[in-house]
Design a protein around this ligand. Structure first.
Ligand code: DGJ
Length: 727
């Protein structure tokens, strides 16, 4: 049993994690504990938080409940307006115009398995591997009912939670905030870690102490965004990469979000995660329900790295779906940095021939194959093949590639519309726009109003025709600008606050329909690089283009940052040309290969222009990656170092028998005494370096470390060492 209920206390045990909730005499739902798994037993000691510091600090509960004040109670799902002065997880305005809620326990049920969430990405699990607790709360005055769901999983320390609201009253209620995760922790001895960034510099990690008062990271862009990622962690002060306690939070959603912390005067920490209230309001008429997206809480007592590995396994097993989930992803060449918009069938077939000779398995045709698109100024929405570039259409190209033994992938950007497109000329109102205000193009394009069913249907029809017209195994789904002028011609004024979320529901519906129609297709997410790299997109796309920055040294930080929450196999990573197109930097071919092999591997350069030596290197890399791929996909990933002078990481296969160690010297110093301690090995086992035959004990590699001096690495050099556990 993963979830128990005894003496009004719910104990949710997921892998090594426990979450304790308790219902008070008067039906308030408190949160008692979240962290390391607890034995079943008597929880009374932890039940009630301190009283307010002084009588005027917080109002007392008027109904003689066990708690003295909602202002200091650790609430499982805090509300506004009735004496809790910290931020509320839910806000709702009733018919009287008043913004206050008092949610009280009405009942609960424990279900086997993990129910899906209508229209939204969510974790899934076989019935035998998970249990879900649904607690129903209701506000007596408005009739707003809220169901809090918590799912525990048998083998991983991750709890999935979500919230559903239903108006059981007889007047409309306007929701203005509905978070998916609310955590009230009894102290503030944590650091807050989050991932910030910008285009071509996504997911840079930043660790800062929690402070009294509030902190927020958020996206108001209609996408999870390059700027902030819908992930955060609370790390104990003494927690490091591999030791100490970490709580991690990931939002299974790809639109605007907010993560907020507040430390109160009593030193308690509240953390909230959910839809960004700045981009949200939802009118709930009597009888209507609203389902908020899902959020995940991971616990680790093995530091940030332990938390990452819990998320990697969870996302790989319970979020990523479809036939590609457990399969080696094809090694591909993408023509974007090879040709940009300037290609035709002949050029692509030439690229394909070289790719095939080198052992590459797929060619992905990027932007520029449709409408009149010769640059990024036009044609988004005109999803018809440009026969001038591709005579005979997609079929001729696909047949040509398949005859060579290559698979074919194609780029699309379905959520966009160029003002210079036939689609825009026919349906100008299909773009998001505010009547009477100018539109703001970004990359010369507008965003389609995906909240409208007819828009979704039209785009689905075009994608369906394209994907039916030829054998296409892979789709790269791009999204190159954020949402502005967010208003929908199809919704009345009182529902305009719903457009941001309805947009995401439209996108998810489109993705789901596409996957149902073409279940074998491998979808790769993309958003001007990694501008929508989140657990929501991973439900549809087993891999996501990590960043438009393909510079190997820049990728070290981007990929290590991304790995804090997301599995390495979800990170698409390509070898590109030098000088690098984003930074102008030169790096050795070998280094570019080793860095790209840290994720789902491919190339993004004109292979026909490579020297014979480089082509030989590609063949070696391809052969090597075939051996690495299953380990990268299912293994345990360790971040070992990331400084200006050394970056190193390691993956240990699920059975512990294979170890892949990689290191790069970004900046060389005269004295380079790099000794890197490996992780996750068996102390007493012996590990053989596959290339040199040298044997080390696990203890030696983990405690004394691997000395990089013999590899004589100079600046920008890299090394990849494979160890095999000896019998
Ligand atoms: C942005 C993507 O990240 C690139 O890889 C490429 O597909 C371009 N868009 C094409 O416009």
């Amino acid at each position: 049993m993963l979830i128990t209920c005894k003496d009004n206390i719910f104990h949710i045990r997921s892998g090594g994690e426990s979450l304790l909730l308790c219902v008070t005499r008067k039906g308030r739902l408190l949160q008692l504990y979240c962290g390391h798994i607890l034995p079943e037993g008597d929880y009374a000691l932890s039940a009630f938080p301190p009283a307010p510091a002084g009588p005027s600090t917080c109002p007392n509960t008027p109904d003689g409940d066990e708690i003295e004040s909602v202002g200091t109670a650790r609430s499982a799902y805090p509300t506004a307006g009735l004496g809790d002065f910290r931020p509320a997880a839910i806000r709702a305005v009733g018919a009287d115009g008043v913004d206050a809620l008092d949610l009280r326990y009405r009942g609960h049920r424990i279900l086997p398995g993990k129910p899906g969430l209508a229209g939204l990405p969510a974790a899934y699990a076989p019935e035998t591997e998970a249990e879900t607790l649904e607690i129903e709360m209701q506000d007596g005055k408005t009739g707003l009912a809220v169901t809090l769901s918590y799912t525990a999983f048998a083998s991983l320390p991750v709890i999935a939670c979500s919230v559903r609201a239903e108006n059981r009253g007889d007047a409309p209620v306007r929701l203005t905030r509905i978070d998916s995760l609310a955590l009230d922790l009894p102290d503030d001895r944590y650091d807050f870690l989050h991932l910030w960034g910008c285009w071509a510099m996504e997911r840079t990690s930043e660790r800062v102490p929690l402070t009294h008062g509030g902190m927020k990271v958020a996206s108001r862009r209609g996408a999870s965004s390059h700027s902030h990622n819908p992930f955060a962690a609370l790390l104990r002060k003494d927690a490091s990469e591999e030791a100490g306690e970490a709580l991690g939070f990931a939002f299974v959603y790809s639109g605007s979000f907010q993560i907020e912390t507040e430390v109160d005067f009593a030193g308690q920490t509240r953390l909230l995660m959910g839809l960004n209230p700045d981009n949200f309001s939802w009118l709930l008429n009597p009888g209507e329900t609203f389902q908020a997206p899902e959020a995940l809480i991971a616990y680790s007592d093995a530091g940030l790295g332990g938390m990452s590995r819990a998320f990697h396994k969870f996302i790989s097993r319970h979020i990523i779906r479809g036939p590609w989930k457990d399969r080696d992803r094809p090694i591909l060449v993408n023509n974007w940095e090879a040709t940009y918009f300037h290609f035709n069938t002949e050029k692509l077939l030439e690229l394909g021939r070289t790719a095939k000779d080198l052992g590459i398995e797929m060619l992905v045709m990027d932007d520029g194959w449709f409408g009149a698109r010769e640059d990024d100024h036009s044609s988004l929405g005109d999803w018809f093949v440009n026969e001038k570039k591709l005579p005979g259409g997609l079929k001729a190209l696909s047949d040509g590639l398949h005859r060579m033994g290559l698979m074919m992938g194609i780029w699309v950007e379905p959520e966009m519309i160029s003002p210079d497109s036939d689609l825009y000329r026919a349906h100008p109102d299909w773009a998001l726009q505010i009547e009477g205000r100018p539109d703001s193009p970004s990359r010369w394009q507008y965003v389609l109003d995906m909240s409208r069913k007819e828009v979704e249907d039209y785009i689905f029809g075009r994608l369906y025709d394209i994907l039916s017209s030829a054998k296409i195994e892979y789709v790269k789904w791009d999204f190159n600008r954020n949402l502005s002028e967010v208003s929908s011609a199809s919704l009345p004024p009182e529902r305009q606050g719903e457009v941001w979320h309805r947009y995401m529901l439209g996108v998810y519906s489109l993705l789901e329909r596409l996957l149902r129609a073409f279940p074998d297709i491998l979808l790769e997410g993309c958003a001007g690089g990694g501008g929508r790299f989140d657990a929501g997109m991973l439900y549809y796309c087993p891999q996501i283009w990590t960043s438009d920055d393909t510079d190997a040294l820049e990728r070290l930080t981007i990929q290590q940052g991304t790995s804090i929450c997301y599995p390495p196999s979800a990170m698409s990573a390509h070898v590109s040309a030098v000088p690098n197109h984003q930074t102008g930097r030169m790096t050795p071919f070998k280094t570019r290969g080793i860095v790209a092999m840290g994720g789902s591997f491919g190339y993004e350069l004109d292979l026909t222009k490579l020297s014979d030596e480089e082509k030989a290197e590609v063949k070696r890399q391809v052969a090597l990656y075939h051996q690495l791929a299953p380990v990268i996909r299912d293994g345990d990933y360790y971040r070992l170092e990331n400084s200006d002078t050394l970056a190193a990481w390691e993956t240990v296969s699920a059975d512990g028998r294979q170890v892949i160690f990689s290191a790069v010297i970004p900046y060389a110093r005269i004295v380079n005494t790099h000794i890197v301690r490996l992780r996750g090995l068996d102390e007493n086992a012996r590990y053989r370096d596959i290339e040199t035959g040298k044997v080390y004990t696990g203890g030696m590699l983990m405690h004394a470390g691997l000395n990089l001096a013999p590899y004589r690495l100079r600046e920008r050099d890299a090394v990849l060492v494979r160890f095999e556990k000896a019998e």
